[in-house]
Structure formats: structure tokens, C-alpha cells
Design a protein around this ligand. Structure first.
Ligand SMILES: [Zn+2]
Length: 279
């Protein structure tokens, strides 16, 4: 097949007859790859969202709550928000088209890290009001089931303590979990050499980042010995703890991160399924 004519003939024979029906078949079975933007509420148009909720397939919305806070010397400050959003999106993709993910709450309750530069924090009252009003917005549009999925330790107690009040005031089905509720002591022991998850910027979070967003890890120039006493950390014991976390972070691997992410996604899918089943 050297000449242009014979190539055209071949293209017509193979592409013209074989490729077109195959493409139509793929569209019909609707399996395999799906663009993650489909499950992001904020990437949908109002038409798409309206059609999904008004008599459509959408049954539950996940509200991710994270933080923008120091993650030691080597991890980006968006770590918790990025992690929980990834788990929420992967779970929503598995439950497509029944589940969407609301715009994540990117700043949490982090006053304990304010002596580390860059950390942003909300007061408990402000944070709880923001989460409530997002849930209330969803309710006003007809969403009847919400899973608040958390990715930052400082948000846990306040959210857990507010759940009953949220339910009472909203009058809809609101549930709460942190994604690491997936990790039993057995799972943590099996995958984490440090025996800890989630911890803070240590083996677990660094493994997660290696598997999900390695571009947010920056070990270059990190030097705890040289910076000793110069981080601006008030409590010397807390500064020493940072160094311990950094040592544990060196145990991280992509494989550990992938395993732990998979377990958390399975957990989130099961939670959504049990909420929808009325459990
Ligand atoms: Zn974190």
C-alpha cells in the first residue's frame, strides 16, 4: 500500500465501515473512562445540575471539608483539601450518576498550626456556618442526602458535634465521616511501617501525595538541622515532633499511597450506598 489511492481505499474499507459502528457501540455501553468533571458540581452547568436533581439520577452530594495549613517542610498546604476531594471524586465516579461532589471547603479549623507560616484558619463558628450553609444551599435545590467527608483532623470534633443540629435544622439526611475512618488498626499496621494513619505530613500523607499528586511534594533544600530553632515554632517539643514526622515521611511510597487511597474510596462508596439504602 504505497500509493495514495490505495491508502485511501484502505482507510475507507477499515475506518469507514469498521470504526464508526465501534464508536457508536462504546457510547451505548457507557463503560470505562469518565471525565471527573462530570461529578464536580462546580463544573456542571445549572441545566446539567437541574436535570440531574429534578427527577434525574442524582441522589446524594458529598461535601468535602479540608484545610489550608502547613504540612511540614515538604508537602503543599492544600494537602488535606486535595486528598479528601480526590477520595470524594473517585467515590462519586464509582457511583455515577447518583452522586456529585460539592465545591470543597478549602480552609478548616487550624489555630494549632498558626505559628507555622502560611497556615490559614477559620474560627470554629465560621467554619461550621460555612459547612451548614453549603448543605442548606444543596437542600434548597432538592438534595435530600448529604455526606460531609472530611480530610482535616481539626474539623472532626466540631463537625461530629454539630451533626444532630444540622439534621434538625435542615430536615434532610446528613452524615459525616473523615475519609480515614476507613483505616482499621489492622489496615494501618499492614500498610504503614510507622503504624500511623493519618498522622501529619508523615508516612501516610506523603504516601498519599506520592500516589495522587507528587507535584505537591518538595524535599529540595529541606534541612531540619540547619533550621533548628529558626522555624518560629514556639514549643521546642513541637519543633522536635516536626522532625520526627519528617523522618517518618521518608518511609512513604507510591504503592502504600495507592493501597490506602483504594481502601478509602471503597469505604466512601460503601458509606454512600448505605446512606442511600437508608441505613
Ligand atoms: Zn494533613
Amino acid at each position: 500500500m504505497n500509493s495514495r489511492t490505495s491508502r485511501r481505499k484502505w482507510l475507507l474499507a477499515s475506518g469507514g465501515t469498521a470504526l464508526a459502528p465501534a464508536a457508536a457501540q462504546i457510547a451505548k455501553t457507557d463503560a470505562g473512562y469518565r471525565d471527573v468533571r462530570k461529578v464536580r458540581l462546580w463544573e456542571n452547568t445549572r441545566k446539567e445540575f437541574r436535570e440531574a436533581i429534578d427527577g434525574g439520577p442524582l441522589q446524594l452530594v458529598i461535601v468535602p471539608t479540608g484545610s489550608t495549613e502547613q504540612h511540614n517542610e515538604h508537602l503543599a498546604m492544600i494537602n488535606d483539601t486535595a486528598s479528601v476531594t480526590l477520595i470524594a471524586e473517585q467515590a462519586a465516579l464509582r457511583m455515577f450518576p447518583k452522586v456529585m461532589v460539592a465545591t470543597p471547603v478549602p480552609v478548616g479549623i487550624s489555630p494549632h498550626w498558626m505559628d507555622r507560616k502560611g497556615t490559614l484558619t477559620l474560627t470554629k463558628e465560621t467554619f461550621l456556618a460555612v459547612v451548614y450553609e453549603i448543605c442548606d444551599s444543596l437542600k434548597q435545590h432538592g438534595v435530600k442526602n448529604i455526606l460531609i467527608l472530611n480530610g482535616h483532623g481539626g474539623n472532626v470534633r466540631p463537625l461530629r458535634d454539630s451533626l444532630e443540629e444540622y439534621r434538625r435544622r435542615l430536615g434532610i439526611n446528613v452524615h459525616f465521616n473523615s475519609y480515614w475512618d476507613a483505616y482499621t488498626p489492622e489496615i494501618t499496621r499492614k500498610y504503614m511501617e510507622s503504624g500511623k494513619a493519618p498522622g501529619h505530613a508523615a508516612e501516610f500523607e506523603t504516601s498519599f501525595a506520592m500516589a495522587a499528586f507528587p507535584e505537591r511534594i518538595h524535599w529540595e533544600g529541606v534541612d531540619y538541622a540547619r533550621m533548628k530553632g529558626k522555624f518560629g515554632i514556639k514549643d521546642p517539643a513541637a519543633e522536635k515532633q516536626d522532625e520526627e514526622f519528617a523522618k517518618e515521611a521518608k518511609l512513604a511510597s507510591t504503592a502504600k499511597g495507592e493501597a490506602m487511597i483504594g481502601i478509602a474510596v471503597d469505604f466512601a462508596v460503601k458509606r454512600v450506598q448505605s446512606i442511600l439504602a437508608g441505613a
